[in-house]
Design a protein around this ligand. Structure first.
Ligand SMILES: Cc1cc2nc3c(=O)[nH]c(=O)nc-3n(C[C@H](O)[C@H](O)[C@H](O)COP(=O)(O)OP(=O)(O)OC[C@H]3O[C@@H](n4cnc5c(N)ncnc54)[C@H](O)[C@@H]3O)c2cc1C
Length: 433
């Protein structure tokens, strides 16, 4: 029995679920094929389990890739306002927190997944789990999904299989061969929003520290990116939002064999003179009867104070007031320029997203349709677009998924010449989905 659908979506992640819902809302009979035993596993991990699903601030500045402007038409069609309305109508009350980050009021990522799955059921979107797709081919007017469980046919196909980040959630790169089989090119892919591994030994001593920091990334001595926020120092290197934000550039630099370096400023609001003044006061005015280590108390976490003293070659037990001008200038310089060479990232398994993917110049930005294979669409992280921390990757999943779903339904309905979208297949063919 031929299992026919208007639209088949490969991948039941954030973008695939949104694409499926929108295609069904536009009259298509939809099947989503998922190789895991459940949908949206990654959604559950987002925002530390709270799901930062969009952001008040939107625009091209928050997206990366060869052509970040590619996101604009999809964001215009289904941006912040449409996303908030979509989730509100499904019952999720959005609340905005620090820096415009939006979360569900329940504080649970599972609410976002549950309402998506409820809407799939309401729209009669079928989801088939544990499906191993061997290949996707165009046969005459239809796409044929060859799977271990039999063949499935559709007029339009949406590939929403994600990248390679956090493999345990299902995105393992196994969607890439389907894309290549249609002649699409992929850019180099690297882990992004990921911890960076530093070369310097001080990371071991400072592991566990969190401190406000402006992190600058240099590639071959040229400043490429910077970010301000709470930096986390780990045994291996740097983590936390500032490290995540610059990590994609570091990963590409390393891929190209370039020298990558971070410079950390732990007094980001201070000019060089203000920093010197602060340290001099701390040591020479308030430092009477104190050691150098004691003079640093209250400035930074203790472990970090010890790193600063060690790196500027000041003995912690040295009397504070006996420190010379040169030493104190060196110390304040180091506090604002603690450097480390970057030798790696923590890899795809620990990354939140994949940078790189299907070349966007081969995709129509209004519809997410392939320029090479009519009826083939893309949604989400599988494309060469990655967002910054702050809800931008999910926003891209919602926006691109909505555009692809709507356009794929239009394509399928047009190509069958039906007046009754969604009704061309035989009911008995619904099968085990
Ligand atoms: C720990 C963590 C925290 C994050 N936090 C946030 C956050 O707070 N805010 C934010 O905006 N973004 C966050 N992200 C990023 C965000 O989750 C992703 O960018 C987004 O989920 C991508 O959606 P997608 O649908 O494109 O891909 P995915 O969510 O990866 O979904 C792809 C789906 O396709 C399936 N699949 C893959 N290959 C196949 C195949 N061959 N056959 C069938 N099915 C297949 C997978 O199993 C998966 O279900 C986070 C990511 C992680 C890992």
């Amino acid at each position: 029995m031929r299992q026919r659908f208007d639209v088949i979506v490969a991948g039941a992640g954030a973008s695939g679920l949104m694409a499926g819902i929108q295609a069904a809302r536009h009259g298509a009979k939809v099947l989503i094929l998922e190789h895991m035993d459940r949908a949206g596993k990654k959604i559950l991990a987002t925002g530390n389990g709270k799901c930062n699903f969009t952001n008040e601030k939107q625009g091209i500045a928050y997206y990366r890739g060869k052509n970040p402007a590619f996101v604009l038409p999809a964001l215009e069609q289904f941006g912040l306002e449409e996303t908030l309305r979509f989730f509100r109508e499904l019952g999720v009350r959005p609340i905005s927190k620090r820096d415009g980050y939006y979360y569900p009021a329940s504080g649970q990522a599972s609410s976002v997944l549950e309402v998506l799955l409820m809407e799939c059921r309401r729209q009669k979107v079928s989801i088939a789990y544990e499906i191993g797709i061997r290949s996707i081919e165009k046969e005459n007017q239809n796409f044929c999904f060859h799977t271990k469980q039999g063949n499935f046919y559709s007029r339009a196909c949406i590939i929403a299989t994600g990248g390679k980040a956090a493999k345990k959630t299902g995105s393992d790169g196994s969607g890439i061969p389907y894309i290549a089989s249609f002649g699409h090119k992929l850019t180099d892919i690297v882990p992004a929003l990921v911890q960076l591994q530093g070369k310097q030994s001080f990371f071991k001593e400072a592991a566990g520290i969190r401190a406000e920091c402006c992190l600058k990334l240099y590639i071959e001595h040229e400043k490429i990116a910077e970010d301000l926020g709470e930096l986390q120092l780990t045994e291996l290197g740097v983590s936390g939002i500032p490290a995540f934000q610059v990590s994609r550039y570091a990963a590409y630099g390393l891929l190209e064999g370039k020298k990558v370096l971070v410079s950390m400023n732990f007094l980001p609001g201070f000019s060089r003179e203000q920093a010197q003044e602060l340290i001099q006061k701390q040591f020479l005015v308030y430092g009477e009867g104190k050691t150098a280590e004691e003079a640093m108390i209250g400035l930074f976490p203790r472990k970090l104070n010890l790193v600063f003293l060690k790196e500027s070659q000041i003995q912690p037990e040295k009397p504070a007031v006996s420190c010379g001008n040169k030493e104190l200038k060196g110390l304040s310089f180091l506090i604002q320029h603690l450097e480390s060479e970057i030798i790696g990232t923590k890899g795809f398994d620990h990354a939140q997203v994949t940078a790189g993917g299907v070349e966007t110049d081969e995709i129509c930005p209004d519809t997410m349709e392939s320029r090479l294979a009519p009826g083939l669409f893309f949604a989400g992280e599988v494309m060469d677009i990655d967002g910054m921390c702050g809800g931008y990757n999910l926003q891209w999943a919602w926006s691109s998924g909505a555009a692809a779903g709507k356009a794929a339904a239009g394509f399928a309905v047009d190509s069958t010449g039906r007046k009754n979208p969604g009704g061309f297949q035989e009911k008995k063919e619904r099968g085990r989905t």
